[in-house]
Design a binder for this molecule. Structure first.
Ligand code: F6P
Length: 345
């Protein structure tokens, strides 16, 4: 009988608990697998911080946001390096009698999983990110929920904006890819959608704001946190690094608001949705996707399909190699952005 460790790593995401539940229910009922929960992502694997997981412990989990296992952005290798780190992890797995891992994470997590897989750890990956920027899967769970939350919040911004005849800016997540901004922007009929993949001059942005205002409408700008305008005096790269040595992002909406107000004369307010987009219950669609991916992951483990990741392609759940799943982010292509641009201005 195989004993499988499950971990969730990187930023949390609505649907993680639904994956964990599906793995444990399918694996224990249909394959006779046993499960161990690894706490706080790679941190729990490095420190051998494990809990038992059985079907009782995952009851009712599909609708719960966050992750019951906790998560972190800790590297599995740290000061031990790749060889030493992998050897340490293999020893921890051996002592706990764990013979395989299901790793639920985004780009960074899956890249680490691929390295461990090359060192002989039996791994099946499950893609996770609200940003929907993993290239090997059409959709990742959490994205749909984030778009729903952003859409509802932006609809609210529009009514207060209309009452005050203001321009409203909504800043959504999306460090490298503007999928949430694109979808929430189309859903709310934004007059400008600003994403990291597309340059837009301040003149262009202000024109998009002025035109609806002159028609008596409330201008709405949806901006992804990773959008950079070449003309802004203080680019993101100069805003310093966060505690994890990543460029400090966020705040683009707050920085754009006074510029728009000064150039157009239209009173402007900005709201950053931030972690609201990641918290709370997953949407029905995300519960379904997460459940299908969890089921497919334990099936892959049962078949010994190590070094793979389960992915959503069209209407199917497929297996791709971990190699294929990392190294290239799925950014918004020009034609998808162009599809939205008839709404602008
Ligand atoms: O999960 C990805 C993401 O949501 C990015 O869009 C965002 O930049 C980042 O996480 C925020 O992460 P943290 O919770 O560590 O601030």
């Amino acid at each position: 009988m195989s004993r499988i460790g499950i971990l969730t790593s990187g930023g949390d995401c609505p649907g993680l608990n639904a994956v964990i539940r599906a793995c444990v229910l399918r694996g224990s009922r249909d394959h006779g697998q046993e499960f161990v929960g690894i706490l706080d992502g790679w941190r729990g694997l490095v420190d051998a911080d494990f809990i038992d997981l059985d079907w009782m412990s995952v009851r009712g989990l599909a609708k719960l946001g966050g992750t019951i296992l906790g998560t972190s952005r800790t590297s599995p290798f740290g000061e031990r390096g790749e060889d030493g780190g992998a050897a340490h992890i293999k020893a921890n797995l051996r002592s706990a009698g764990v013979d395989a891992l299901i790793v639920i994470g985004g780009e960074g997590t899956l890249a680490a999983a691929q390295i461990l897989s090359r060192h002989g750890v039996r791994i099946v990956g499950v893609p996770k990110t609200i940003d929907n920027d993993l290239s090997a899967t059409d959709y990742s769970f959490g994205f749909h929920t984030a778009v729903e939350i952003a859409t509802e919040a932006i609809d609210r911004l529009k009514t207060t904006g209309e009452s005050h005849h203001r321009c409203m800016i909504a800043e959504v997540m999306g460090r490298h890819a503007g999928w949430i901004a694109l979808h929430a922007g189309i859903a709310t009929s934004a007059h400008a959608i600003l994403i990291p993949e597309q340059e837009a001059t301040l003149d262009q942005i202000c024109a998009w704001v002025r035109t609806p205002f002159e028609r008596g409408r409330t201008p709405l700008v949806v901006v992804a946190e990773g959008f950079v305008s070449a003309e802004m005096t203080q680019p993101h790269s100069e805003r310093g690094l966060d505690a994890f040595n990543r460029p400090r992002l966020g705040g683009i909406g707050e920085r754009l608001a006074p510029i728009i107000e000064e150039r157009t004369g239209i009173e402007t307010r900005s709201t950053t949705l931030g972690h609201i987009q990641r918290g709370g219950a997953p949407s029905g669609a995300d519960r379904v996707l997460a459940t299908r991916l969890g089921r497919a992951a334990v099936d892959a483990a049962q078949n010994g399909e190590w070094g793979t990741m389960v992915a959503s392609r069209g209407t199917e759940i497929v297996r791709v190699s971990l190699e294929e799943s990392v190294g290239r982010l799925k950014t918004v292509p020009q034609e998808r952005y162009d599809e939205a641009s008839f709404l602008f201005g």
